[in-house]
Design a protein around this ligand. Structure first.
Ligand SMILES: Nc1ncnc2c1ncn2[C@@H]1O[C@H](COP(=O)(O)OP(=O)(O)OP(=O)(O)O)[C@@H](O)[C@H]1O
Ligand SMILES: [Mg+2]
Length: 394
């Protein structure tokens, strides 16, 4: 590969803002992938992929749609304004039916011999599960319908109709699989509570990525560009990502470009420092604003940033919470100063309040209060900010 080709490759291999579309760039998620496989291969089974924002749900659904041979896939990205009829219209429009062979396929436009399936929908304004069943009846092919960003649908009626459709298709049309994808902490939040549907709905939770999965993204991506990374910087990228693959992509992309532009073949501290500044600059505006609101002060001697830095580098329990003791210890490690618990209380309480955008959330009572960042992505931002401050001081 020429230098120019490598630079181009660095920007395509690492895509912080776009879901993965090809198998060679998809890493980890073995357990989730196996479950999805089960759902698609088991007759009458449907599935739902749910989890936090930005953990890789769409990427998982995209790869699922690539690997199943002989399955026609139709993927729809839902939005707030849609109703049950419009999401199915979009989904069925992507599937064409061959009038001669009575087979279906995936085509962008219809030809004289083919017709898009949405044309079989009744004209009436609202439709229900039975109408979908009737459009899909008499089809022998295996079909996978993916409804991404289903969380943007707030209308409970749409959710109920979708649950009814899943149940009906499960009972009567075992070749069809519906995959619902969206941000949620539990499945009920995404599609509502429907006990009769639970048995035919395989739930796939996508947690934040593990350190070893993030490591695979780094190593697999860099191998495709033909460069390496030294071990301390690799560790830092994993630490700063806090389980979110988009930060891994963002840091790797800029570090790789900087490394190549400096005619090197190994990413070092210089490249990562550059990438961190770029990542801070390119972070979502909402994250930058949240940090600004949390730390804004007219006085010079405040500890808002310090307390946020301390929380970001504190020990955490399995739910990501830290105790006040953990925060004090980490504050001591960072500054060498012993602050009184009372002084720190003031800052922590303020950071939990509306006036500071509730950047920190608190659970528990009295001696057992614990804290964490309300938006987990802010932790990554703060860890990068700390690193950037440190290298700029030198
Ligand atoms: N398995 C994976 N391997 C490599 N990169 C991944 C993987 N999963 C996700 N990514 C990367 O992580 C970022 C977020 O992925 P994706 O858009 O799929 O997440 P999401 O959960 O659908 O996000 P949202 O909640 O915003 O819809 C993208 O940059 C994507 O390229
Ligand atoms: Mg998504």
């Amino acid at each position: 590969m020429t230098q120019e080709e490598k630079l181009k490759k660095a920007s395509s291999v690492f895509s912080p803002a776009a879901p993965i579309e090809t198998r060679d760039l998809f890493f980890g998620r073995i357990e989730q992938f196996q479950k999805l496989n089960e759902a698609i291969n088991e007759r009458g089974m449907h599935s739902v992929i749910y989890g936090d924002r930005g953990v890789g749900k769409t990427s998982l659904a995209n790869i699922a749609s690539l690997v199943y041979k002989g399955v026609t896939v139709s993927k729809v990205t839902c939005n707030r304004t849609e109703d049950f009829k419009s999401i199915w219209q979009k989904a069925l429009n992507k599937v064409s039916f061959n009038l001669n062979s009575k087979k279906i396929g995936f085509t962008a436009k219809s030809t004289p011999k083919t017709i898009q399936l949405d044309l079989f929908l009744p004209e009436k304004e609202t439709i229900d599960s039975k109408d979908i069943e009737s459009v899909l009846s008499n089809l022998d092919n295996k079909l996978l319908f993916i409804f991404d960003e289903f969380d943007s649908i707030t209308n409970t009626d749409v959710k109920t109709r979708m649950a009814d459709t899943i149940k009906l298709l499960s009972d009567n049309m075992p070749n069809i699989t519906i995959l619902i994808v969206g941000i949620a902490l539990d499945v009920n939040e995404l599609i509502g509570h429907h006990p009769s549907v639970e048995r035919c709905l395989l739930q796939i939770y996508t947690p934040r990525m593990s350190n070893s999965e993030l490591g695979e993204i780094i190593d697999g991506g860099l191998a495709q560009i033909g460069i390496k990374i030294n071990s301390p910087q690799r560790k830092k990228i994993i630490e700063f990502s806090t389980g979110f693959p988009s930060f891994t992509h963002l840091l790797c992309k800029h570090a790789a470009i900087h490394c190549l532009q400096s005619n090197k073949s190994m990413i070092d501290k210089d490249d990562l420092d550059f990438a961190i500044d770029k990542a801070l600059e390119n972070s979502a505006q909402s994250i930058k604003n949240a940090y600004q609101i949390a730390t804004l002060s007219s006085k010079s001697e405040t500890l808002f940033s310090e307390v946020l830095f301390a929380l970001a580098s504190s020990e955490v329990d399995q739910f990501g919470f830290s105790s006040k003791r953990d925060i004090l210890d980490s504050l001591f490690n960072l500054s060498g100063k012993n602050y009184t618990s009372q002084r720190i209380n003031y800052y922590i309480n303020d950071l939990c309040s509306e006036s500071r955008g509730k950047v920190i959330e608190k659970i528990g009572e009295k001696n057992n209060v614990r804290f964490r960042f309300r938006n987990p992505m802010i932790k990554s931002f703060i860890l990068m900010k700390m690193s950037s401050n440190k290298s700029n001081k030198k």
